[in-house]
Design a protein around this ligand. Structure first.
Ligand SMILES: Cc1cc2nc3c(=O)[nH]c(=O)nc-3n(C[C@H](O)[C@H](O)[C@H](O)COP(=O)(O)O)c2cc1C
Length: 209
């Protein structure tokens, strides 16, 4: 098993996944990693939905694809590559995003990260679930499983939460499609660290780097 820094630095968004089943034993390890995360006041209002039912996944994929066609696709077509990327890399990213969009429901297992956060969740609500989500992504990587943190479905949040049978006062914050990766894990593309770290005051260089 790689060490934590190796795990983090090679934990690419893995969007091409095989449909082969993933043993429950591994899913359980991932869920446990999620539950080990911190939450504000240790309230632990998370609920993790393990979705394998092809019909449920297919219904959600329709909304996921609709959002690609309506907003995500046009945005990729018109925006500049992010820091640490270039036109060719960005094009490959978009191709992978399109692939996941078309094959979202074919991932054998989804973990849907939900919160019982009330009717009108505030600005920090997500901070009590995304730590758990990141823990689960790291656990997938450590087990050799591929996943990607996805939130696009929230563009049709009400519709999708209804498909999952969420009660009022609970919301889904992320869907992790999980499966054995077709490609390999590898180094991430990010911009220079010094571009995003300031010292003492916003905009001042941090001398420690
Ligand atoms: C809040 C958040 C939401 C995201 N939603 C999606 C999504 O809906 N679909 C998707 O394919 N990737 C999604 N991603 C993955 C990002 O696109 C990915 O982290 C980014 O492209 C960097 O990829 P890399 O880690 O492989 O370099 C999301 C990531 C974050 C942090």
């Amino acid at each position: 098993m790689p060490d934590l820094f190796e795990t983090m630095s090679t934990m690419r968004a893995m969007r091409r996944l095989k449909p082969d089943p993933v043993p429950d034993e591994l899913i359980n390890k991932i869920l446990q990693a999620g539950q080990w995360a911190p939450s504000g006041g240790n309230t632990q209002r998370w609920r993790f939905l393990v979705v394998k039912d092809p019909e449920v996944k297919q219904k959600v994929q329709v909304y996921y694809k609709r959002l690609y066609d309506e907003t995500v696709g046009p945005r990729y077509a018109s925006s500049a590559p992010p820091p640490g990327s270039d036109a060719a890399r960005y094009q490959r990213q978009n191709a992978a995003v399109q692939y996941l969009t078309d094959h979202y429901h074919e991932a054998p297992v989804w973990i849907v990260a939900c919160l019982e956060d009330g009717e009108n969740p505030g600005r920090t609500a997500g901070s009590s679930i995304y730590g758990a989500v990141q823990n689960m992504c790291l656990a997938c990587r450590a087990l050799g499983l591929g996943t990607t943190l996805t939130t696009r479905h929230t563009g049709y949040g009400k519709e999708v939460d209804a498909i999952f049978g969420l009660p009022p006062g609970a919301h889904s914050y992320a869907i992790l499609p999980i499966g054995w990766p077709m490609g390999r894990f590898g180094p991430l593309g990010r911009g220079p660290l010094k571009d995003v770290v300031y010292g003492d005051q916003w905009g001042q260089p941090y001398q420690g780097l």
